[in-house]
Structures are given as C-alpha cells and as structure tokens.
Design a protein. Sequence first.
Length: 86
Amino acid sequence: MLSTNQKAIEEMGELEAVPCLLSIIRETSCDRNKENCIAILYTICFSDRSKWKVMREEESMYRTISQLAQNGTSRAKRKASGILRD
C-alpha cells in the first residue's frame, strides 16, 4: 500500500529513507519486511533518479539488492531485479 502512495514515496525520498530501508533489508530476517522495503525502494528509485547513486554505493558495499534478487520472495526478486536492470 505504501509503495503505491506517490506523496509518501516523494516524502520518503526527500527524507533520505533509502539508506534506512536498505539497512532494514540487510538486518531483518522477516521476508515480508524485506519484500515491503524493496517495493518501496523500487518506487522511490523510479520516481527520483537521483537515488540511484545511493543504490549503486549500497550494491558495491553490501550487495543487498543482488542477494534479495537471488534469495527473496518472488515479488522481492522481481523488484530487486528491476532495480538492478536499470
């Protein structure tokens, strides 16, 4: 639900939520939380291309998104793969 609310997505982007969401993905063991975080990140990145720099840095350091693309739920895999493709 949150990942489809454009105003919420814009505000999260402005409030620098990307590193926080990536941290949650790395630290939680809950697949549902990971799935929700990557869905929000996917929408943030496609609505604000300036966030790609943070995503590239994250991927270089931790490979968080790649790991989710390989080991996440089917939805998390799709969203993570979509981020990695673009």
